[in-house]
Write a protein that binds this ligand. Structure first.
Ligand code: GDP
Length: 521
């Protein structure tokens, strides 16, 4: 984005809006996408849209100008949100489909919440107006509750009555999308540079190998470019549009199907053009390593005996699964007997899923991985290779040489006495530059964030000339100008409220932190 902002005015040309169709099931999303596809003013010559590639572009006439629109060809907000979760926001405008004979339904509300949370303007398509039972006015009425007020009621949301079945109102709907885009968005991009964008869908084709549909966000993608998409890389061998025609160059907001990647990217993966094949491969490899590390971190979140109590309290587990290994069978039996005699109460089950004599093996770790179990080793330890596997899978292996010690630990975990160890993790700091007195919130510190970020609800302390003057406070309110903020980053100003703590002076530092679980050695 910073790069985009640095773009020179004269390099920017307007691009079509990218539109996603959302709404409740059976309200006509699929049928509407179909009707829009057929409305394309040029599809007559080009032979219509013949191929599903995940997105398509249509042209429409608005005020005597031909205007293009790009539609994501998967209806619903799930795909939209899945892509957002991966850091990609390709949608500029959402069409919210509401069936006029049914009204606002749970998924209607969910869809509009998702669009509004993403800051995506909404155009409402009131569908099925061909039906006798259709009540378009009621839809307008219902949606005012969700801040979607029709223009005819003095609001700024465009509502268009359509019938996807009878191809009625489709041109008006497309016009409304164009007008909404013109009014509320600055859709411009630099087409004269290497392409960047997002993968919309991809699959492995028997004959053609990895096939990915990408949406170019800026720049122009050319046949022959070396590209990276997620952790896939390769050289663009050929590109096709939704008409099945070969494309040599694809500019901003143009979806194209790309052949030539060595593996299949995922929806929402970003793609970019690299200077050459080698660099593309290197970037892909780096991304893959980063992904692997992230996966590892996730696996590490697996339950250890220390976490167990917490997970139990949060309702995440009900059973403590154990694998018992010992050097002699007598010890294993004695351990098992004593464990089963622990009074575990009603809320929790203790299960011994496997027991055996001898060193802790790969099989023990695999069992523990599947059942999220903890391994207790009595006088036995895993071989190095097995320890590594356990580490990778996040399996907790505990070593004991005294039975009663093992019993005590398990009992403590079950009774909530074996608490995880926590340590303080710095989040950021801010300098107080102004102090506002507020009768409602106490004193508010007008501050600039000096490092990291300030997050609402995190812990805070106030430091004056190196001395802590207030500790264990909470950021109870956080504002950017008049708006509540969840977090404010380095370099930005904000208003911080520390509840009833009012001993603030200009120049004080507010340091914030949270308690994180200490990584186990
Ligand atoms: P989706 O689940 O939102 O994708 O809904 P569909 O597009 O599959 O449509 C659900 C049902 O409503 C289908 O039987 C459609 O034929 C029907 N339908 C869609 N649009 C209209 C319309 O404008 N008028 C009428 N009468 N039926 C429609």
């Amino acid at each position: 984005e910073a790069e985009e902002a640095a773009e020179k005015e004269e390099d920017l040309t307007s691009r079509p809006p990218v539109v996603t169709v959302m709404g409740h099931v059976d309200h006509g999303k699929t049928r509407l996408l179909d009707a829009i596809r057929k409305s394309d003013v040029i599809s007559g010559e080009a032979g219509g849209i013949t191929q599903h590639i995940g997105a398509y572009q249509v042209k429409t006439t608005v005020d005597c100008n031909e205007r293009a629109l790009t539609f994501i060809d998967t209806p619903g907000h799930e795909a939209f949100t899945a892509m957002r979760a991966r850091g990609a926001q390709v949608t500029d405008i959402a069409i919210l489909v509401v069936a006029a004979d049914d009204g606002v339904m749970p998924q209607t509300v969910e869809a509009l919440n998702h669009a509004q949370a993403a800051g995506v303007p909404i155009v409402v398509a009131v569908n099925k107006v061909d039906k006798d039972t259709a009540n378009p006015a009621k839809i307008r009425q219902q949606l005012t509750e969700y801040n979607l007020v029709a223009e005819e009621y003095g609001g700024d949301t465009m509502f268009v009555d359509v019938s996807a079945k009878q191809n009625m109102g489709i041109d008006s709907l497309l016009e409304a999308v164009v007008l909404t885009a013109d009014a509320s968005l600055d859709l411009r991009a630099n087409a004269n540079k290497d392409a960047r964008g997002v993968a919309i869908e991809a699959n492995l084709d028997k004959g053609r190998g990895a096939v990915a549909t990408v949406l170019v966000e800026s720049g122009t993608l050319n046949v022959g470019d070396s590209i990276v998409a997620g952790t896939a890389h390769g050289r663009v061998r050929a590109m096709f549009d939704e008409h099945g025609g070969a494309v040599k160059a694809a500019g901003p907001a143009r979806p194209v199907m790309v052949l030539g990647l060595t593996s299949v990217p995922r929806a929402g993966d970003s793609f970019l053009v690299a200077p050459d094949d080698r660099t593309a491969r290197q970037i892909a490899e780096k991304r893959e390593a980063a992904e692997r590390a992230a996966l590892l971190a996730k696996r590490r979140k697996r339950i250890s005996l220390e976490d167990f109590t917490q997970a139990l309290e949060q309702g995440k587990v009900e059973t403590l699964n154990l694998v018992l290994k010992g050097d002699v069978s007598g010890a294993v039996e004695a351990l098992e007997d004593s464990l089963l005699k622990i009074n575990v109460g009603d809320e929790v089950d203790l299960r011994i899923i496997h027991r055996g004599v001898g060193a802790i093996t790969q099989n023990d770790v695999n069992l523990a991985t599947v059942d999220n179990a903890i391994i207790l080793g009595f006088n036995v330890k895993p071989a190095e290779r097995v320890a590594e596997l356990a580490d990778r899978e996040g399996v907790d292996i505990r070593y004991y040489s005294v039975i009663y010690q093992a019993l005590e630990d398990v009992e403590a975990a079950l009774k909530g006495m074996l608490k995880p160890e926590y340590e303080e993790a710095q989040l950021g700091s801010a300098e107080i530059r102004e102090i506002f007195r507020s009768s409602k919130f106490g004193n508010i510190a007008g501050s600039i964030v000096r490092s990291g970020e300030i997050r609402r609800n995190s812990k805070a302390r106030v430091i004056r000339d190196g001395v802590v003057v207030g500790d264990n406070l909470t950021i109870e309110s956080l504002k950017r100008f008049k708006d509540d903020a969840v977090e404010v980053r380095e370099g930005f100003e904000c208003g911080i409220g520390l509840g009833s703590f009012n001993d603030l002076q200009l120049g004080d530092t507010i340091e914030t932190w949270e308690m994180r679980e200490k990584p186990r050695a």
